[in-house]
Ligand binder design. Structure first.
Ligand SMILES: Nc1nc2c(ncn2[C@@H]2O[C@H](COP(=O)(O)OP(=O)(O)OP(=O)(O)O)[C@@H](O)[C@H]2O)c(=O)[nH]1
Ligand SMILES: [Mg+2]
Length: 247
């Protein structure tokens, strides 16, 4: 990213966590919000300026996972993987943190450039739930900002965090989930073969995990979005998923 370019922010999160409310508050646009899941369907885009930088924000559909079981999940995953966002902002619900962190951990497997927004802090307070954002940030290794987007609280801090990660002033070091020894061994082998083919475009550990998982949609999407020089992955993946032992 250079100063003359727009900073691209992908806005991800479970349904109904306030992504579009954050999006509207920051961009001044009016994406439809409401209290039922799945309202945001396309990739709504809006811009804002902060500390002299221009940001382009892309409001993704709400998803519980990035394993492409549905069109929405594939849209969200594809944008995070192939849309080259400078930062992925994951909005989570402070009142259901444990469930919401599942998606955050999945994003953290794909990219380091992530900011976590713990929204609905007013609701959490009302329910007697406290969230120690500093400790959460230490544990996860990524910036964590508390917001109450409907009340426009915490948004300036959120913009600062996005700015810091996008410009490299803050370099997140996301917690890496470790799987069973058997899986880790398989990942290690596969990762070594994949890494040179990917040329830094995607995180090879994550691609290795997806191939082991038998996720063929990822290969199809790579064909769609990436140039020829990263395609020989098909040969690496042949026979991988059915033949690897299950953990
Ligand atoms: N109390 C409170 N309500 C909020 C806050 N942020 C958003 N909401 C409300 O939560 C509901 C869902 O907000 P949306 O912004 O539509 O959520 P979303 O994540 O975009 O939802 P999907 O597009 O379905 O994934 C709306 O009724 C918002 O007004 C907040 O910080 N506090
Ligand atoms: Mg929305």
């Amino acid at each position: 990213m250079t100063t003359s370019e727009q900073i691209v922010i992908a806005l991800a999160g479970n349904p109904n966590t306030g992504k579009s409310t954050v999006f509207n508050a920051l961009t001044g646009l009016n994406q439809h919000t409401g209290n039922w899941p799945g309202k945001t369907v396309g990739n709504a885009q809006g811009t804002f300026t902060h500390r002299g930088e221009s940001f382009l924000m892309v409001d993704l559909p709400g998803t519980y996972s990035l394993l492409p079981n549905s069109a929405d999940e594939q849209v969200a995953r594809d944008f995070i993987c192939f849309g080259r966002p400078d930062v992925t902002l994951v909005v989570v619900d402070a009142t259901a943190l444990e469930r919401n962190l599942n998606l955050a951990l999945q994003v953290m497997e794909i990219t380091d450039k992530i900011v976590l927004c713990v929204n609905l802090m007013d609701e959490a307070k009302r329910k007697g739930i406290t969230v120690d954002t500093e400790r959460l940030s230490q544990k996860l290794g990524v910036p964590v900002i508390a917001t109450a987007a409907r009340q426009k609280q915490g948004l300036k801090e959120l913009q600062d965090a996005l700015f810091d990660v996008a410009t490299g002033r803050v370099v997140p070091k996301p917690l890496i989930l470790r799987y069973s020894e058997q899986i880790e061994r398989a990942v290690e082998q596969l990762e070594a073969e994949i890494a040179p083919l990917l040329r830094g475009v995607l995180n090879p550990r994550w691609v290795a995990l997806r191939l082991l998982d038998g996720d063929h949609t990822l290969l199809e999407d790579m064909e769609k979005y990436l140039t020829d020089d990263v395609l020989p992955l098909h040969s690496v993946s042949q026979g991988v998923s059915p033949s690897w032992p299950q953990a």
